[in-house]
Design a protein around this ligand. Structure first.
Ligand SMILES: *[C@@H]1O[C@H](CO)[C@@H](O)[C@H](O)[C@H]1NC(C)=O
Length: 432
């Protein structure tokens, strides 16, 4: 590796806002397109071919690996030499270590530039008529980095019939899957880069954030680059950092306070005239339960009695909870009392859930001695919680060693008292 770096030193570092040490990768990709039907129409089925993307930062340089020859099962038509001036495709998460079985996922599709019909993006097209520029081979590439570190989507343009596309628009996110506690601020990362030399990048951009959950979707917010305003504001407490948006292409979404209903998929779309690229990420609001046991304290129990204990778990999300019960005796040893019986759930105004577990403690069947701690344990993705209450059993049936000793002690004292009284009695009699 060191040797390779000496022979092919990293090139044109000054071009890149984010510089990733070594060279740009060669990406194994799937070229996926709609299959054409007999009449020329689309049949709805897709075809999939192996493809290779050799990434370089400018058309004249070669990355360390850029000369890698495609395997024999890849058609020369599906080998692309991609120019990526901002090195957006050169993130370490997109370079698999040699011989590694874990590889970044890559899919490339034909892309058709067209004016947007969305309100906040249509204005972009007004002043950006460049039909000649649009007549080219356009491609879209979607990537998922290793270990869920990065997702990226880029739009590339290749002069017609060449296999040398250049990246024009890239959108990426480093928060592929986010977990947050209730009430905390949430940042969903979305960064973009546009090729400033492209005729399409002079007339501004638009940004849209959408939310999706189980087939339902809604707009979170949309930024209209033409008027430099939020075009629509549907989600309270959702905002962008406007300075970062223009200066650094930082279109990250900020949710001021995480709520249960925020759990779902978020899609960040960046528009240029005729182009768009998007990335989707998941947010899950995870809040562990609060536990309370009742009745507390427990009433005194006599052997043979059945004591009913409830454990209420509340304020948790998502809805997935397991409860078990434990008993810790006076000697400190613990054992399981089973899982009790769990009631159905209820949902509070804030979207959190509550559920109750009922335990029937049969003091005649379980050897509980004089009692101990009864503990409710709740297992939840937000963490394991515990709550305890003391159980006292009176008139226990099997006396312990200490009890027996105490009884012997009492008997001795009684015996002593009787002796004393009788002596006193006898001696008093003598006096008379
Ligand atoms: C993008 O903006 C957010 C909010 O200001 C900030 O927390 C985040 O660090 C920024 N990301 C980058 C890559 O600058």
């Amino acid at each position: 590796m060191r040797l390779l770096l000496l022979i092919f030193p990293p090139v044109s570092l000054s071009l890149c806002p984010e510089v990733y040490g070594s060279s740009c990768p060669v990406l194994d990709c799937w070229f996926v397109q709609e299959r054409k039907g007999r009449g020329g129409g689309l049949t709805g089925a897709t075809s999939q071919e192996k493809s290779l993307l050799r990434i370089r930062r400018d058309a004249h340089s070669l990355g360390a690996e850029a000369q890698r020859q495609p395997a024999s099962d890849i058609s020369p038509d599906r080998v692309y030499d991609v120019t990526d001036p901002a090195a957006t495709l050169c993130h370490p998460a997109l370079s698999a270590p040699r011989g590694s079985i874990h590889k970044p996922q890559c899919e490339i599709n034909p892309f058709l530039p067209q004016p947007s019909t969305l309100k906040w993006a249509t204005a972009l097209t007004d002043s950006a008529l460049s039909p000649v520029y649009l007549q080219a081979d356009w491609l879209s590439v979607s990537l998922q980095g290793l270990d869920g570190q990065l997702i990226q989507s880029s739009i590339m343009r290749a002069p017609t019939a060449t296999k040398e596309p250049q990246v024009i628009l890239s959108v990426s996110s480093k928060t592929v899957s986010v977990k947050s506690r209730l009430g905390e601020p949430v940042l969903l990362d979305c960064g973009f880069w546009t090729d400033s030399s492209s005729p399409l990048s002079g007339s501004g951009f638009a940004v849209e954030w959408r939310y999706q959950f189980r087939g339902d979707g809604r707009l979170v917010l949309a930024y209209d680059g033409k008027t430099d305003r939020l075009a629509e504001m549907q989600e309270e407490g959702a905002t962008l950092d406007f300075e970062g948006l223009h200066e650094k292409g930082n279109a990250s979404l900020i949710l001021q306070e995480a709520k249960v209903r925020h759990s779902g998929t978020y899609i960040c779309t960046v528009f240029l005239p005729y182009l768009l690229a998007q990335v989707a990420m998941d947010l899950e609001i995870v809040e562990p339960p609060s536990l309370s046991i009742y009745p507390s304290p427990l009433p005194l129990a006599v052997p043979g009695q059945v004591v009913t204990v409830h454990c209420e778990a509340s304020g948790f999300a998502p809805l997935s909870l397991e409860v078990s019960w434990e008993f810790t005796g006076a000697d400190g040893t613990s054992r399981s009392l089973g899982s009790g019986s769990l009631t159905g759930h209820r949902q509070a105004w804030d979207g959190t859930y509550s559920q109750r577990s009922k335990l029937e403690l049969d003091t005649s069947k379980l050897d509980l001695g004089r009692g101990g701690e009864v503990t409710c344990v709740a297992f939840h993705s937000g963490g394991t919680q515990r709550a305890s209450v003391t159980l006292n059993v009176i008139g226990f049936s099997t006396p312990s060693i200490e009890d027996s000793m105490a009884m012997v002690g009492v008997a001795l004292v009684l015996y002593g008292l009787i002796k004393l009284v009788s002596w006193t009695f006898i001696s008093e009699n003598h006096h008379c």
